[in-house]
Design a protein around this ligand. Structure first.
Ligand SMILES: Cc1ncc(C[n+]2csc(CCOP(=O)(O)OP(=O)(O)O)c2C)c(N)n1
Length: 355
C-alpha cells in the first residue's frame, strides 16, 4: 500500500478524506454513462470467464474486476481524435472509448469478422487508425507508443488531442515506462498516464516492486503533475482523471494519476490470487467499485432501482445474443489468408505480392 502524501500531490478527495467531494463537478450524464459502461464490462467479463472455463476461449483471459471505475473514468473523458492505449484490465475503458461488446467477443472467440480477423485473441485488439492502440504485451511499451503518436500529431500540426494509457504498479518498473515518461515530460506532451496500483504485480507485492514508498513521488522526478485518485470510487476517479485530461488538453504537459485499488480476481483466470491477504480483501481497498458506484448514483438520485434492473437485464441480453451470433461466425482460414493483423501492406489489390 502507498504511504503518506507526496509534495507533488494536488488536493484530491482522498487528501480531504471523504472520497465524495468531487460530486459537484461530475455531471449526472457522465456518471450514468460511466456506470452503464462499468456494468457492460463486468457482465461481459463474467461471460468471458464462463466461456473460458467451458473451453470456448483458448489463450489467456485477464479480467478487470475491481478496476472498472478507474478504467472507465479514463475512457469517458477521451474523445474522437485522442489516442487511447488500454492495458489488460481496461475492458471498461475500451468500451467507453468506442470498442464494442461485439468486437470484444469476436476477438476472444476467434471470429474472422473481428478487428483482429481471428488471428489474436483477448487484449491485443485495437483500431490504430482511430487512435485506439492495440496493446503490446511488453509492459511499459504503450507509454512509448502514445508518446510517438502525440509527437506525430505535433509534426502534422494537429492540436487539441490528448494521449492516454493505463499501467499497473509492476509495469512502472520497466525501462520503456521511464523512457516514455521522460520523453513526454521533456516534450511537454499532452499525455495522461494512469497507474492502477492493485498492490500486486501478478504475485509480487509493492514492497518487492519499488522502493519509493509511493508511486506518486515519481511525478516529481519527471517534473510533471501528479494526482491521486481513489481507485474504487467512481466519482473520485471521474473527477481526478477529468481534471488530468483537461489539464493535458490545456497544454499543461503530462499528467500522472496514481490510484490504489485491488483486483478482485486472479492475474488471469488460471490464477486463484491466494497470495492476496484476506485482511487486504476485507479492507476499504477491497470494496467492489461497482457497489460503491451504484450507491453513489442512487444517493445522488441519478438513477433509480428500476433503471438499474433494466440496464442489467438489457446488458445480459445483449451479451448472450452476441455470444450466440459470434459462435456461428467463421474462423480464419490459414490456407487462404495473408497474416497481417491490421492491413494488407505489401500486397496490391489483386492480392499479388508487391516487389
Ligand atoms: C516487460 C515485461 N515483463 C514481464 C511481463 C510478464 N507479465 C505480464 S503481466 C505481468 C504482471 C503485471 O503487473 P502490473 O503491471 O502490476 O499489472 P496488473 O497485472 O497487476 O494489472 C507480468 C510480470 C511482461 N508482459 N512484460
Amino acid at each position: 500500500m502507498t504511504k503518506g502524501s507526496s509534495p507533488v500531490q494536488t488536493i484530491s478527495s482522498q487528501a480531504l478524506g471523504n472520497g465524495r467531494n468531487g460530486t459537484g463537478r461530475v455531471t449526472k450524464e457522465i456518471a450514468r454513462r460511466a456506470f452503464r459502461t462499468m456494468l457492460e464490462a463486468r457482465i461481459l467479463e463474467e461471460k468471458l470467464a464462463a466461456l473460458y472455463r467451458s473451453g470456448k476461449i483458448v489463450g489467456g483471459v485477464f479480467l478487470g474486476r475491481g478496476q472498472e471505475a478507474l478504467s472507465v473514468a479514463l475512457g469517458v473523458h477521451l474523445r474522437r481524435g485522442d489516442i487511447y492505449a488500454p492495458l489488460i484490465r481496461d475492458q471498461a475503458g475500451r468500451l467507453a472509448f468506442g470498442d464494442t461488446i461485439l468486437d470484444t467477443l469476436r476477438t476472444y472467440l476467434g471470429s474472422s469478422l473481428g478487428s483482429m480477423r481471428g488471428r489474436d485473441g483477448n487484449i491485443h485488439r485495437g483500431r490504430p487508425s482511430e487512435g485506439y492502440h492495440a496493446m503490446i504485451s511488453h509492459l511499459g511499451a504503450m507509454v512509448s507508443t502514445v508518446c510517438g503518436g502525440l509527437v506525430a500529431k505535433r509534426f502534422r500540426g494537429e492540436t487539441g488531442a490528448v494521449g492516454a494509457t493505463c499501467i499497473g504498479d509492476g509495469g512502472t518498473s520497466t525501462g520503456s515506462f521511464h523512457e516514455g515518461m521522460n520523453m513526454a515530460a521533456v516534450e511537454k506532451l499532452p499525455m495522461v498516464v494512469v497507474v492502477a496500483n492493485n498492490q500486486f504485480s501478478y504475485s509480487t507485492p509493492n514492497d518487492r516492486q519499488f522502493a519509493c514508498g509511493d508511486l506518486l513521488t515519481r511525478a516529481a522526478g519527471y517534473g510533471i503533475t501528479g494526482r491521486r485518485a481513489i481507485g474504487n470510487d467512481l466519482i473520485d476517479c471521474l473527477e481526478v482523471i477529468g481534471e488530468a485530461v483537461a489539464a493535458a488538453r490545456a497544454g499543461e504537459g503530462p499528467q500522472l494519476v496514481v490510484a490504489d485499488l485491488l483486483r478482485l480476481v486472479g492475474h488471469s483466470e488460471q490464477d486463484d490470487a491466494s497470495y492476496i491477504p484476506a485482511a487486504l480483501k476485507e479492507s476499504p481497498l477491497g470494496r467492489d467499485c461497482l457497489d460503491i458506484a451504484e450507491d453513489q448514483l442512487l444517493e445522488n438520485e441519478w438513477v433509480t432501482d428500476t433503471e438499474l434492473s433494466s440496464w442489467r437485464a438489457a446488458v445480459k441480453a445483449e451479451v448472450e445474443e452476441t455470444v450466440g451470433k459470434v459462435l456461428r461466425e467463421p474462423a480464419p482460414d490459414p490456407a487462404e489468408e495473408d497474416w497481417n493483423a491490421f492491413s494488407v501492406v505489401g500486397r496490391n489489390l489483386s492480392g499479388e505480392d508487391e516487389e
